[in-house]
Design a protein around this ligand. Structure first.
Ligand code: PLP
Length: 236
């Protein structure tokens, strides 16, 4: 538990350095502390060390944590980073700051529908599939622009950018090239400046590859084990 504070400080300092170096301090790199599988006491420790953005990948776990902290720390911003099934959308609308993992039109429409009925606009990112073989979810790169254009017509979602998960490989050159490609895609769509899709966030980089991701232009990294330690079990 004590390590959480040290880990967070180290990563925050590093990210600050990187922001200076790669963004001239014009843009800030946002750190999402990925708390999936870790109990509320871990979140409490990270909160007390300054973390305000937390990422979860399961709807039920997210809801339990949101409810637990809703009165205690109402300035926590919750991020859903894992695959979202359409039949679970209703449960989480209004509880998230950002849904990173929109990977189908059906899902986008469902989020839009429930947001409309609650009278809110839900912030989302579109998940890009880097490689056909390695990653399960996401929209293929070739289809992203059309997909964003279609989603931008839905009035109760706001597309804030793109998210991606690197391939599970030790080949850092490959990871870097993939990140470069996604950054280019992000910039291209950002330039279109669509009314419901003014891009602000490129969510890429995890504990093992966040330095490469920032070097290639990510401004939102999702770090779990680097902050909280090894997970005793892993649900993907
Ligand atoms: C678990 C997870 C992370 C964090 O992974 P670490 O390797 O522990 O940093 C980031 N993004 C997504 C989508 C995840 O599911």
């Amino acid at each position: 538990m004590q390590n959480i504070s040290n880990n967070l400080n180290n990563i925050n300092n590093e990210i600050k350095e990187f922001s200076k170096k790669y963004f001239n301090d014009k843009d800030k790199v946002n750190l999402i502390a990925v708390s999936k599988t870790f109990g509320v006491e871990y979140i409490e420790a990270a909160y007390n060390s300054g973390a305000r953005d937390f990422g979860e990948n399961k709807v039920q776990e997210l809801i339990e944590k949101v409810d637990y902290f809703s009165e205690k720390h109402n300035d926590i911003r919750w991020h859903l980073i894992g695959h979202l099934q359409t039949n679970k959308v209703k449960k989480i609308i209004g509880k998230t700051s950002l849904i990173h993992s929109v990977d189908s039109l059906k899902l986008a429409e469902e989020i839009n529908k429930h947001s409309l009925s609650m009278g809110i606009i839900t912030n989302i990112l579109v998940e890009v599939k880097i490689s056909k073989e390695e990653t399960k979810y996401g929209i293929p790169k070739e289809e992203i622009i059309e997909f964003v254009k279609t989603c931008a017509e839905l009035n109760n979602i706001y597309i804030k950018g793109l998210m991606t998960i690197a391939e599970n490989t030790a080949d850092t050159d490959l990871i870097r090239n993939n990140f470069k490609e996604i950054k280019q895609l992000y910039d291209n769509i950002k330039e279109l400046n669509m009314p419901n899709a003014k891009f602000e966030y490129l969510s890429m980089g995890m504990s093992n590859d966040y330095k490469i991701a920032i070097e290639e232009g990510s401004n939102m990294v999702r770090i779990g084990s680097g902050i909280f330690g090894k997970r005793s079990y892993d649900l993907v």
